[in-house]
Ligand binder design. Structure first.
Ligand code: FES
Length: 148
């Protein structure tokens, strides 16, 4: 049953009447209208729904509203990623684009934790973000271009 819960998303506080077990993916997309976070598999397997919880990548389809309470939730709409965005554009990374906000959320979290990642670091950080179009090589190049 619904409860009143408070979420902090992209630095703003929202009070919602929701089932605390609802995945934050639906709160973000349907209740708050932030549609940059995508629904792919709904089972934690594809990474399309990746957001940050206190700066760390998390699958919004598996994260309940109650778990996200009290944490800083960041979506692609609130991510500061000018350099990564430029590198994505310079390398023409997206193809169909569907998975790309999740890819960018994971890449941004990686670079925040590790400003100059190796190929292995990139592969292990990006492993859970599936791209049906196979943009992996361009993603890796764009991450290297952004790395300090
Ligand atoms: Fe969440 Fe696929 S929709 S991991």
């Amino acid at each position: 049953s619904d409860e009143q819960l408070t979420l902090t998303i992209n630095g703003k506080t929202f009070t919602l009447d929701v089932d605390p077990q609802m995945p934050i993916l639906w709160a973000i997309r349907d209740l708050l209208g932030l549609t940059g976070t995508k629904y792919g598999c709904g089972a934690g397997l594809c990474g399309a729904c990746t957001v940050h919880l206190d700066g760390k990548p998390a699958r919004a389809c598996l994260t309940t509203v109650s778990h996200a309470q009290g944490k800083q939730v960041t979506t692609i709409e609130g991510l500061e990623f000018a350099e990564l965005k430029q590198a994505w554009s310079d390398n023409n990374v997206p193809q169909c684009g569907y998975c790309q906000s999740g890819q960018l959320m994971s890449a941004a979290a990686l670079l925040a934790a590790n400003p100059s990642p190796s190929d292995e670091d990139i592969d292990s950080a990006m492993f859970g973000n599936i791209c049906r179009c196979g943009t992996y090589t361009r993603i890796r190049t764009a991450i290297h271009d952004t790395a300090k």
